[in-house]
Write a protein that binds this ligand. Structure first.
Ligand code: NI
Length: 143
């Protein structure tokens, strides 16, 4: 990390106490690393707001006995084969399935795929975790 810079900035005492509380509660050992990760988190949020290329993970919980559902979820994933990187299916018990689907694409495309999956009858819970391809987060080596 040769491009490391030190900076100082002003902050209200009460806000600094909040920050210290957040750091203490988070398990971070290092204030700098906490702030770096906070910034990275905002960068990822902004990438989603600007509809840039992103990574998302969908978690779907559904009823294995719902008629035709396995097939519909499979069909949807085939329709978006270019964006879907991987999926993992786990049979949680005799009736309940969970599927995790990793998707790369424009933020709007990932949300669209998530919506299509989530609205299928028999899906009882779905969530979309937003992430990044990392291109704006990781310092690039120049070859
Ligand atoms: Ni299953």
């Amino acid at each position: 990390m040769s491009d490391l810079v030190r900076l100082s900035f002003s902050i209200e005492k009460s806000l600094l106490e909040r920050l210290e509380g957040l750091i203490k509660g988070s398990g971070y050992q290092n204030r700098s690393e906490y702030i770096r990760d906070m910034i990275r988190g905002r960068v990822v949020q902004q990438q989603w707001q600007r509809n840039e290329e992103a990574l998302g993970t969908v978690t779907l919980l559904y009823d294995h006995h719902a008629r035709g559902l396995d097939g519909r979820l499979n069909q949807l994933q085939h329709e978006h084969h270019g964006a879907i990187l991987a999926s993992t299916h786990v049979h949680l018990d005799r009736q309940i399935c969970v599927e995790m689907i990793m998707i790369r694409g424009r933020a709007s495309q990932i949300k669209h795929i998530h919506d299509q999956l989530a609205k299928q009858k028999g899906v009882v819970y779905s969530s979309l975790s937003i992430s990044s391809t990392g291109k704006k987060l990781i310092p690039r080596h120049h070859h």
